[in-house]
Design a protein around this ligand. Structure first.
Ligand SMILES: [Zn+2]
Ligand SMILES: [Zn+2]
Length: 280
């Protein structure tokens, strides 16, 4: 066990040595980000989010599958956050929605689970000019495979600027390591979670600590399937106390959590599923 962990660490170090692009690390995140934010305010135009993969249906022309994927269009960049469980479903949905995989600039993977990374290879086959931002703890074999398609990858450690107005929280969690996406919009921060294994409240706390800005929307998998009502209600209370204005739980949030979020957030609850578009 110790030996295999050691090997993984060594392999990761070796692979990291070949990364060709160095991400902009936010060593003193809050200050740096706040300074950038005034700059970004002028630059950031409309932000469009499209859920391209989910187990909940929104647009009846599309296919559902267990997993999550969301396209973020901001400042002329197309960023795909997670890819669902399989390429055929992902690519078919994208085609129906008029999204060309060749136009994707950046791929961000929240965590290693198959329902989030399963569609990666179909995207890379269609477009190798993509930079993949992934938690540094991903296995070396996964990173090698990205390289074998001719694409680049960037290891995410701490909070990182991925593109103009788009940031990673950094790799979070003690168990399953996961990064979430933070998008700065005119209405406030939008936080997009894959499965929220580190806890959706912890993720939102981290984003608030990094940016100190109003949180407009939290969207994605909240990992509350099978959770008790009291646990879900406690999480809703914590999110509201952190200033979360709107919520859009999907993927692994669970039907009961979606019901309770809808009840508690009222008009600020967004019903989302595959095909839902949100413009900000
Ligand atoms: Zn997961
Ligand atoms: Zn998941």
């Amino acid at each position: 066990m110790v030996l295999s962990v050691g090997l993984v660490v060594i392999c990761c170090v070796l692979v990291r040595g070949r990364v060709s692009k160095t991400p902009k690390r936010l060593e003193t995140p809050r200050k740096e980000v706040l300074e950038k934010s005034s700059m970004k305010e002028k630059e950031t135009g409309q932000v469009k989010l499209t859920i391209v993969y989910d187990n909940n249906l929104y647009d009846e022309r599309l296919r559902t599958g267990w997993g999550f994927g969301c396209l973020v269009e901001v400042d002329g960049k197309n960023i795909l956050f997670d890819t669902g469980a399989d390429s055929p479903t992902l690519l078919a949905n994208m085609e129906t929605l008029g999204i060309d995989p060749k136009e994707i600039d950046i791929l961000v993977l929240s965590h290693i689970h198959g329902d989030h990374v399963g569609g990666v290879w179909g995207v890379l086959e269609a477009n190798s000019k993509v930079t993949v931002f992934l938690p540094q703890s991903f296995p070396a074999s996964f990173k090698e495979k990205i390289k074998s398609y001719g694409a680049d990858f960037v290891d995410i450690f701490g909070p990182t600027e991925i593109s103009s107005a788009v940031f990673s929280t950094g790799e979070l969690g003690d168990g399953i390591k996961e990064q979430s996406l933070v998008v700065k919009t005119k209405r406030g921060l939008v936080i997009i979670t894959g499965c929220a294994h580190p806890g959706v409240v912890n993720i939102v706390k981290k984003a608030k600590e990094l940016f100190g800005e109003k949180i407009y929307l939290v969207l994605g998998g909240f990992h509350l399937g099978g959770a008790s009502d009291s646990k879900i209600l406690g999480i809703i209370k914590d999110l509201k106390a952190l200033g979360v204005q709107k919520s859009a739980p999907c993927h692994c949030s669970g039907d009961r959590a979606r019901e309770l979020f809808e009840k508690e957030f009222g008009d600020d609850y967004l019903e989302v599923g595959v095909g839902k578009e949100i413009r900000l």
